[in-house]
Design a protein. Structure first.
Length: 83
C-alpha cells in the first residue's frame, strides 16, 4: 500500500464521510465544540476529494494524448443521450 492510501481515505469513502458530516451539521444537534471538530474534518475531506479529482483529471488528460503528444478531445456524451 502507498503512503497516500494510508494517510487519506479513498475518494468514495471521503465523500461518504463528508456527506454524513454535512447531515449532522445541518441537523444542528451538535455542540459548538463538536460542530467545529466536524467542520474541520469536513474541510480536510473536501481537500482530499479535490486533490483526488485533480489527479484523476490529469491522468485522463495524459491518457487522452495521442502518440504524437496532441490531445484527442472528444465530447462526452452520457449513456442514454446518444442520438
Amino acid at each position: 500500500m502507498t503512503r497516500a492510501r494510508t494517510t487519506a481515505p479513498d475518494f468514495e469513502a471521503a465523500l461518504a464521510e463528508l456527506e454524513q458530516i454535512v447531515t449532522r451539521l445541518e441537523r444542528g444537534e451538535l455542540s459548538l465544540e463538536e460542530s467545529l471538530r466536524q467542520f474541520e474534518r469536513g474541510v480536510l475531506l473536501t481537500r482530499s476529494c479535490q486533490k483526488a479529482l485533480q489527479e484523476a483529471e490529469q491522468k485522463v488528460a495524459l491518457l487522452s494524448r495521442g502518440p504524437d503528444g496532441t490531445m484527442n478531445e472528444q465530447e462526452f456524451v452520457p449513456p442514454g443521450d446518444e442520438t
